[in-house]
Design a protein around this ligand. Structure first.
Ligand code: A2P
Length: 341
């Protein structure tokens, strides 16, 4: 494409949509025009972009005429409903919902890990789950070096991953609890203020939640290696921004903790923050608003031959959603793939 693309942000009034606009601006993404879209409820509202307030238009089947790229973050149902219309109109979709992730026609991409999968896109590209993205960025260099056989992950996930209403729910509950008032859980099934919920998304027949199985299935698709075994426990914690993960891996070849630190020190998008003697390790409060994935507490698992434990933290709205989507768009532009075949 010789001219700069026209870019739609679908779900522009939401937590991720707003961040997408910010990331497009921060990275100076070359666009001819940006069109914020949301539901009919938001018509009449504006969203900030560069020095302007852009009017929000309603997301409809006909809204993609003349649009080259659409970044979707408006929920799975909305993506399922409208992404095909966008692609039909010749617009390449990068979708942040789970609607298209396991569809064999749609690449599922973390640009640091599998940018080559963008080559076979057919109009709809899926952005992985936030917890999966940050884990992939850290595990890919280890897998390439020593082949990962098994991953055991427990997540500590921020409420912003659920959306704007969940951010408000935690804020309100904390305020009410601190003044001795009763709270009502609306977004989550239980109180999230000063609590941890071992349920993210719905339960499946196997006893795992949908979020946990996303981590299992998406890891295999992104790494392109069905032999990796993953087991996950996903927990919502009363944190606004930044997902943390305790990750245990078993590799085929032996790696020491120093080997892992050296591998991750040169990995794209990764910062090693691992000075336990100085009490320095990754924390959600420090990563909010940043692009990198931070890894620390790297140590050998002494209960198995080739095992490593680590702690992986990243801003779930940025690398876990908006930034990853914009990075995909950047690769599409660089490789001249911003067209529906
Ligand atoms: P709206 O603000 O008009 O409801 P979050 O994940 O923070 O809750 O944000 C969800 C985003 O998805 C919002 O921008 C919301 O727009 C948008 N959205 C939700 N449902 C629809 C829909 N049916 N059509 C278009 N946009 C939708």
């Amino acid at each position: 494409m010789s001219k700069n693309p026209v870019v739609a942000v679908c779900g522009a009034t939401g937590a991720v949509g707003r961040e997408m606009l910010k990331v497009l601006e921060d990275r100076d993404f070359p666009c001819a025009n940006v069109i914020p879209m949301a539901s009919a409820r938001s018509v009449g509202k504006t969203v900030p972009f560069r020095d302007e307030e852009l009017p929000v238009i309603e997301l409809t089947d006909d809204a993609f005429e003349g649009v080259d790229l659409a970044l979707f973050s408006a929920g799975g149902g909305t993506s399922e409903r409208f992404a095909p219309s966008a692609a039909k109109a010749g617009c390449v979709v990068v979708d942040n919902s789970s609607a298209w992730r396991m569809n064999p026609e749609c690449p599922l991409v973390v640009p640091e890990v599998n940018p080559h999968d963008l080559e076979w896109h057919k109009g709809i590209i899926a952005n992985p789950n936030c917890s999966t993205i940050q884990m992939m960025v850290a595990l890919k260099p280890i897998h390439d070096e020593a082949r990962i056989k098994r991953v055991v992950v427990s997540t500590y996930q921020a409420v912003s991953g659920t959306g704007q209403k969940a951010i408000e729910e935690l804020e309100n509950q904390v305020r009410r609890l601190m003044s001795g008032q009763p709270v009502v859980a609306d977004v989550y099934p239980h109180q999230i203020g000063f609590n941890c919920l071992p349920q993210i998304d719905v339960f499946l027949d196997n006893g795992y939640t949908k979020e946990e199985m996303k981590m299992v299935n998406e890891t295999i698709k992104i790494m392109g290696d069905p032999s990796i075994r993953v087991t996950a426990t996903c927990v919502r914690v009363p944190v606004f921004y930044g997902h943390s993960e305790s990750v245990n891996i078993e590799t085929e070849q032996k790696l020491t903790a120093d080997d892992v630190r050296a591998l991750l020190a040169t990995a794209p998008g990764v910062v090693v923050e691992d000075y336990p003697e100085k009490k320095i390790y990754p924390m959600a409060i420090n990563c909010a608003g940043l692009d990198d994935t931070f890894v620390g507490r790297i140590r050998e698992d002494e209960t198995i031959e080739n095992g490593i434990n680590m702690w992986i933290v990243s801003d779930n709205i940025r690398k876990g959603a908006a930034l990853n989507a914009v990075q995909i768009a950047e690769v599409l532009l660089q490789r001249n793939l911003l067209r529906v075949p």
